[in-house]
Design a protein around this ligand. Structure first.
Ligand SMILES: [Zn+2]
Ligand SMILES: [Zn+2]
Length: 351
């Protein structure tokens, strides 16, 4: 068959047309899904959150569940009846009573994950066949492949998926894509996160429609005026990239300057802190090549698998001889054996 045409992209402004509290499918999206069901076509709901709910809170005392080893909240996975840490894989059963105050049956799932979205779709469209595509539901790449083939062949009316649906799968009966929370990843002002959100939404939207069946992508957002959202809606990749480049140049971020992140980690918080302070005082070789040293500061995820993490950032002008300067810097304040040092030059992620 022919080349797919780009789908029509439209925003659903959650501030004006949002769903009632505790629900995640806005009425305009639900109406579009009902039309597809009637026509025998497929809808895809995209939400990049695995599990049932990203947060479990006790309604009696406000306690919420966190990983004992990481700075991360435990995500409820209802199918597996577990609370799971997405950083380290720690899993524990979902208790009936709050472990802090002991109140029974007061634990509340807060926010949406794909499992919860599937539940809502089933409540709205009782007769529809719903398929959940997530790295949790398929055991291994072969099972995922088989599941995708079955769905592509028409084995589902509504597909609900995480980012596993974004790439390369061809669903010939799919004519509607609903992006449930387009604002995920935009809130922290991280340029790379904005870029990832842009790419992901473009990829997912591109799943809808083909030559003889034009697609529609409805994008639920509380910030349709956000520059990234405007670029997504206008389909204007060049404008988005130009804006990104300008923002990066202003921030001295790669490729307009060079950056290195030094992450120190270890089981003893005080030793990690002392090693970081020693490195901060030994920055002369960096200054000699025009680089600036920032930190130490707790890494954005300050604890993973029980190890404390502290970060220093080095920003250097483009063309600076950064590698030898980094080597000289570390040689001047090498951390003790109990503290691990990882250097990432022009890092892809600052987590
Ligand atoms: Zn409680
Ligand atoms: Zn963990």
């Amino acid at each position: 068959f022919g080349v797919a045409t780009l789908p029509v992209l439209r925003a659903i402004d959650l501030r004006r047309e949002g769903p009632p509290p505790g629900r995640w499918i806005a009425p305009p999206l639900a109406r579009a899904m009902a039309e597809r069901l009637k026509a025998g076509e497929q809808s895809l709901l995209f939400l990049n959150r695995r599990g049932y709910a990203p947060l479990t809170v006790c309604r009696a005392c406000g306690h919420f569940f966190e990983c004992p080893d990481c700075d991360a909240r435990l995500v409820e996975h209802r199918y597996r009846a577990r609370l799971i840490c997405h950083q380290c894989g720690h899993a524990e059963p979902i208790p009936h009573a709050c472990p802090k105050c002991g109140a029974p049956d007061r634990l509340a799932a807060t926010g949406p994950g794909v499992e919860r979205l599937a539940e809502e779709a089933a409540a709205l469209f009782g007769a529809a066949r719903i398929a959940l595509l997530s790295s949790d539901t398929a055991i291994g790449p072969d099972a995922l492949r088989a599941q995708i083939d079955a769905i592509a062949g028409g084995g589902a009316d509504i597909i609900i998926g995480t980012q596993v649906v974004a790439k390369g799968h061809n669903f010939p009966h799919l004519t509607l894509v609903g992006v449930i929370d387009a604002d995920l990843g935009l809130e922290n002002g991280d340029l790379r996160a904005a870029e990832r959100t842009f790419q992901l939404i473009r990829q997912v939207s591109g799943r809808a429609g083909r030559a003889d069946k034009p697609g529609l992508a409805l994008i639920q957002t509380a910030a349709p005026e956000h520059p990234v959202m405007r670029a997504i809606l206008s389909g204007d990749e060049a404008a988005f990239m130009a804006r990104e480049a300008a923002a990066r140049r202003a921030a001295g971020a790669p490729p307009f300057g060079r950056m290195a992140a030094a992450i120190l980690s270890g089981p003893d918080e005080a030793r990690v802190g002392a090693a970081a302070q020693a490195l901060a005082r030994a920055g002369a070789p960096l200054e000699a090549v025009g680089a600036r040293l920032f930190g130490p500061a707790p890494a954005p995820i300050a604890r993973i698998r029980g190890r404390w993490r502290v970060r220093l950032l080095v920003k250097a002008p483009r063309g600076a001889a950064l590698q030898p300067a980094l080597r000289a810097w570390i040689a001047g304040a090498r951390p003790p054996a109990s503290v691990k040092l990882a250097i990432d030059v022009d890092p892809q992620s600052f987590l």
